[in-house]
Write a protein that binds this ligand. Structure first.
Ligand SMILES: [Zn+2]
Length: 182
C-alpha cells in the first residue's frame, strides 16, 4: 500500500489563499484533504496530512512541510489547491509537477483524468512548475492539484457543493497510479 502525504494548501491562521465567490481556498483545500485522508485510510492506505504556511523553513513556529514529508517515509506527495484568475471566465483543472516524464507525471495524469471526467471540468492539462518548492524539494513523486477556479462561478459552485466528488476522484487517481506502477 502506498503511503500518502496530503498537503492542503495555505494556512488557516496566516494565509487564506485565493478568496472569491464567498469561499476561501484554505478551507476548501482542507476539507478535500481531510476527506481524502479518511477515504484512503478506510481502504487501508496510511496517510499523513499537514497544512502549514512553512513550506521549506521560511515561517518559524509552523511545521516545515518539505522537511516533514521527506522524513515521513511517504511514497507520494499530493498538495491540494484551488486556482484563481483575474479573468472570471478562466476555469478548469490542472495538475502541476516539477518535471514531466517520470512517476510524478503519471500520478498527475491519473488524478487529472479522474477529476476532469467525474466533475466535467475543463482539462487544462499537466504543467511543469520547477519554481514551486513543494514540488522541487520533496524526494518522492509529488503533484500539486489545482482542483478548480475559485474565481469562476461555475467552478466555485462545484468546490462548494461537490467536495466529495473531488475527494473521490483524487482517491481513484491514486489507486489508478498504484495499479500502473506495480
Ligand atoms: Zn493555492
Amino acid at each position: 500500500m502506498l503511503k500518502i502525504f496530503i498537503n492542503p494548501g495555505h494556512d488557516i491562521d496566516l494565509d487564506p489563499g485565493a478568496c472569491a465567490n464567498d469561499i476561501r481556498e484554505v478551507d476548501i483545500a482542507l476539507a478535500i484533504g481531510e476527506k481524502l485522508k479518511k477515504t484512503m485510510e478506510v481502504i487501508g492506505y496510511p496517510c499523513q496530512l499537514l497544512q502549514s504556511d512553512n513550506l521549506n523553513g521560511e515561517t518559524k513556529g509552523k511545521p516545515n512541510v518539505c522537511a516533514t514529508v521527506n522524513n515521513s517515509g511517504a511514497d507520494i506527495f499530493v498538495s491540494i489547491h484551488c486556482n484563481s484568475a483575474v479573468n472570471a471566465s478562466a476555469k478548469g483543472t490542472e495538475t502541476l509537477v516539477y518535471s514531466t516524464g517520470g512517476k510524478a507525471e503519471l500520478l498527475a495524469k491519473c488524478i487529472q483524468a479522474q477529476i476532469v471526467n467525474s466533475l466535467n471540468m475543463v482539462d487544462r492539462g499537466i504543467k511543469e512548475r520547477p519554481d514551486l518548492c513543494v514540488l522541487r524539494e520533496t524526494t518522492m513523486p509529488a503533484v500539486l492539484v489545482e482542483t478548480a477556479f475559485i474565481s469562476n462561478q461555475e467552478d466555485a459552485y462545484k468546490l462548494m457543493y461537490r467536495i466529495e466528488e473531488f475527494t473521490n476522484a483524487i482517491a481513484r487517481g491514486i489507486t489508478d497510479y498504484e495499479r500502473e506502477i506495480i
